[in-house]
Design a protein around this ligand. Structure first.
Ligand SMILES: [Zn+2]
Length: 262
C-alpha cells in the first residue's frame, strides 16, 4: 500500500511573486490599522466603482463630483469666516496652506466625509460624501484643526492620546458648537454644559474609531485621560461657535488680537 504523502509546503519555491504578495498584504494590514483604507486614492489605488453603488446612484460621477467639490472648496476659502480664520491661524503658525498642494478632493469610503493625512500634510475632502458647501466648510474647519495641531503641538497621530486630543478639539470647536445652540432652549446652564461635553466625547469617540482599529473602551480611556486639558484648549478659534449667531464673524474679526494673520 502506498503511503499517503502529506504535501508539505516547499519553501525552496518562495518566488519573488510570493514575497511581493506578502509585502502587499502586510502593507494593507498596516493601512487598515491607521485608517488609510478609508481613502483608496491615498494608496495609489484609484477608487474602484462597484456596480451596486452605481445602481444606487452613488457613483460613476467622479469627475463631476471632483469639479463640484473643488468649486465648494474655493467658495469656502473665499467666503467662510471659519475657514478663513483657520487659514490665517495656520499661516501665522508657519504652516500656510497652499490650496493646490494641501487640499485634495477625492472619492472615499462612505463612512467618512473628510480626513487629514499627516504623512503628506494634506486635507482630503470626500467628494462623494461632502456634497454641498456647508458640509465642505465643516470638513475643512475640522481637518484644519488637525493640521493646526500637527503644526503647533508636536502631534503624533500614532499616539492614541494625541489623536484623542485633536479629535476632542475638532469636535468642540466645530461640530458640537452647533449642537449646543439647539439644546439651549429648554436646558439649565448645568445641563447644557453636560450635554455639550457629552457631544464632544461622543463625536471624538466616533472619529477615533473611524480611523483607528482599537476597541471603544481603549478609545474612551484615551479620551477621558486627555479630556480636561483638550476640551479647554480653544486655540485658534478662541470660543465655541453657536449656530445662528454672529460668533463666527466675531471670531474672525478678533483673530488679529490673538496674533493670527487673517
Ligand atoms: Zn478628525
Amino acid at each position: 500500500m502506498a503511503e499517503t504523502k502529506e504535501s508539505a509546503p516547499d519553501f525552496t519555491k518562495v518566488s519573488d511573486e510570493n514575497i511581493k504578495n506578502f509585502n502587499r498584504d502586510e502593507q494593507k494590514k498596516e493601512d487598515k490599522k491607521w485608517g488609510y483604507d478609508l481613502y483608496p486614492e491615498r494608496r495609489n489605488e484609484t477608487y474602484k466603482t462597484t456596480l451596486k453603488n452605481i445602481f444606487m446612484g452613488k457613483e460613476g460621477t467622479e469627475n463631476i463630483d471632483k469639479f463640484k467639490c473643488e468649486q465648494n472648496v474655493w467658495k469656502c476659502i473665499n467666503k467662510s469666516p471659519m475657514v478663513k480664520l483657520m487659514m490665517g491661524a495656520l499661516k501665522s503658525s508657519g504652516c500656510a496652506i497652499d490650496i493646490r498642494r494641501h487640499i485634495s478632493c477625492e472619492a472615499c469610503d462612505y463612512s467618512v466625509s473628510g480626513g487629514y493625512d499627516p504623512m503628506l500634510n494634506q486635507i482630503v475632502v470626500c467628494q462623494n460624501v461632502a456634497k454641498n458647501e456647508g458640509l465642505v466648510q465643516g470638513v475643512l474647519t475640522h481637518e484644519m484643526i488637525h493640521m493646526f495641531d500637527y503644526c503647533n503641538n508636536d502631534l503624533d497621530f500614532k499616539n492614541i492620546d494625541h489623536l484623542a486630543c485633536t479629535e476632542i478639539r475638532a469636535a468642540n470647536l466645530t461640530h458640537c458648537s452647533f449642537m449646543s445652540a439647539m439644546i439651549q432652549g429648554d436646558a439649565s446652564i448645568f445641563r447644557i454644559k453636560k450635554a455639550h461635553q457629552n457631544c464632544v466625547k461622543t463625536k471624538a469617540l466616533c472619529s477615533v474609531l473611524a480611523v483607528r482599529k482599537v476597541t471603544a473602551e481603549e478609545a474612551l480611556a484615551a479620551i477621558d485621560r486627555v479630556f480636561p486639558k483638550c476640551y479647554n484648549d480653544l486655540e485658534p478659534i478662541g470660543r465655541r461657535i453657536r449656530r445662528n449667531s454672529t460668533d463666527m464673524h466675531r471670531a474672525y474679526l478678533e483673530a488679529p488680537y490673538y496674533g493670527y494673520d487673517v
